[in-house]
Design a protein around this ligand. Structure first.
Ligand code: SAM
Length: 460
């Protein structure tokens, strides 16, 4: 299975996770058509019909359409097999109204068909962004404005090896998985030579190949995510499998304050290995307690350092209060981190639109509200609107009626350009966060210096 989070496939298909976009900031993650095991536990709408406040959407109308399609609500509601987000108004129609719903193992016969209030949805492929707005919250989550900045600052990119703790609800984990995934670049490149223009086949092979790997391999992008709450850990792990991201994300059940970040095999028989991380994100109540495990030195027992010895490491910690940030800064200093900086995130969404200050009405009656204040402009607009309605209803007004003439048609209403105004939208989903960033330079040994000198001499 190729993850729809990563795959650039063109059409929806059975078994895909889709994001049914209802309106801005509201979408419903839905597995298309099949009854996926544990789907309801995962918080998905399941079944073959998804009922929303905008109508009912049999999955048969959503499958095999190009991603991004607008799909109209079915005229027929089968009743509520899928999870219903909100009830919707219905009106009765004839019992034998045809419909296209097919339920596995059942005939598609609707006895009491009803028409739902018609609306539409857009069928979008899942992305970390729309997943974040619709995921089942088990904890506070990191929102898109924060994680996009964090991932940029810790230099997460294809091939990065990123440590995350705790996993929480997996919001950051999804974005991190996409950031470190190195399949797109290779896929596109390989695709060019093989007339696989989108690189789809190459990408599929890449993901399939990764699925076969039992141990993380040093050269590839990975997210190592740790969570000490058992149930949350299990949910994140299951989600990664369901979303086809488990080849990239290695989810572990661990108290990182106590046990750090090394990798153990399932029965802890072999010597632990290092994740060789070069990027770290700590969203923990006490990040300073995890910092002793993030040093260049390995353990006293000969265990290796969890950091990549050949790379600078970038870290970010996320804390809701300033006191936590202060403690983290102090601990970072003690553990050799440099370039320590704290950033307070305060995202605002600004709506920019044109405000019409006036309206020219160049009809026979010469309504002209240009320069009028808002109330006046609105009342004149209403007058024009009423006249438009009367015209279509065939009603003549006042004097014209007496003269038995046709009602006056409303004329063109050229709007002036208005002026640009903006207002801050208050409801942006995020929460106060103090982000502490720092860098741990790579250790430079005598051997490294000798090797560098030799390399330099060779190239000159
Ligand atoms: N970043 C996550 C997201 O975007 O969904 C949310 C993380 S949540 C705010 C913090 C998580 O850290 C909680 O799930 C908590 O159980 C976990 N946690 C707290 N202390 C921990 C520890 N010592 N080791 C591992 N996880 C820990």
């Amino acid at each position: 299975m190729v993850s729809t989070f990563l795959s650039p496939s063109l059409h929806t298909k059975t078994g895909d996770l889709a994001s049914l976009h209802l309106r801005r900031d509201q979408s419903l993650p839905t597995i298309l058509s099949t009854q996926v095991a544990n789907a309801s536990e995962q918080g998905y709408a399941e079944g073959v019909v998804t009922n929303t406040r905008f109508g009912s959407f049999p999955h048969s109308t959503i499958i095999n359409v190009p991603w991004g399609s607008q799909v109209r609500a079915s005229k027929v509601d089968t009743g509520s097999r899928g999870r219903t987000t909100k009830s919707h108004k219905k009106r009765k129609i004839d019992d034998d109204e045809p419909h296209s719903v097919s339920t596995p193992g059942e005939s598609a016969q609707v006895k009491q068909a009803e028409v739902a209030e018609s609306g539409f949805i857009h069928v979008l492929p899942p992305t970390p962004e729309n997943w974040t707005t619709s995921l089942p919250h088990r904890t506070q989550v990191v929102y898109t404005p924060d994680y996009s900045y964090i991932l940029h600052r810790i230099r997460a990119r294809p091939g990065s090896r990123l440590i995350e703790a705790g996993s929480g609800s997996g919001s950051f984990t999804h974005a991190a998985a996409r950031a470190v995934f190195s399949g797109y670049g290779r896929g596109r490149k390989a695709g060019k030579n093989e007339t696989d223009t989108d690189g789809v086949q190459a990408l599929k092979s890449e993901v399939e190949a990764r699925r076969g790997e039992s141990e993380p391999d040093d050269a590839r992008g990975r997210v190592f995510t740790y969570e000490f709450h058992q149930e949350r850990h299990e949910k994140v792990k299951a989600e990664m499998e369901l979303h086809g991201l488990d080849a990239i994300v290695h989810a572990m059940h661990r108290d990182v304050y106590r046990d750090g970040f090394l990798l153990y095999d399932a029965d802890q028989q072999t010597v632990p290995t290092s994740p060789r991380a070069n990027a770290v994100f700590l969203d923990l109540p006490a990040p300073w307690e995890a910092l002793p495990h993030l040093t260049r030195q390995g353990g006293a027992d000969g265990a290796p350092s969890v950091l990549d010895p050949e790379s600078t490491v970038h870290i970010c910690t996320f804390s809701p209060c300033i006191e936590q940030a202060q403690k983290t800064v102090s601990a970072l200093r003690r553990h050799d981190w440099v370039d320590i900086e704290m950033v307070e995130m305060q995202h605002k969404r600004v709506e920019v639109r044109r405000e019409y200050t006036g309206l020219h009405y160049d009809g026979m009656r010469g309504v002209n509200v240009y320069g009028a204040d808002v109330d006046e402009a609105v009342s004149r607009l209403r007058e024009v609107e009423q006249r438009l309605k009367d015209f279509h209803a065939g009603k003549a007004s006042g004097k014209r009626k007496q003269n038995h003439r046709q009602p006056e048609p409303p004329s063109r209403l050229p709007l002036d350009e208005g002026r640009l105004v903006h207002r801050t939208e208050p409801e942006l989903k995020t929460h106060t966060s103090y982000l502490v960033f720092a860098i741990l330079p790579r250790a430079w040994t005598e051997e490294d210096e000798t090797a560098a000198q030799e390399k330099w001499a060779k190239n000159v």
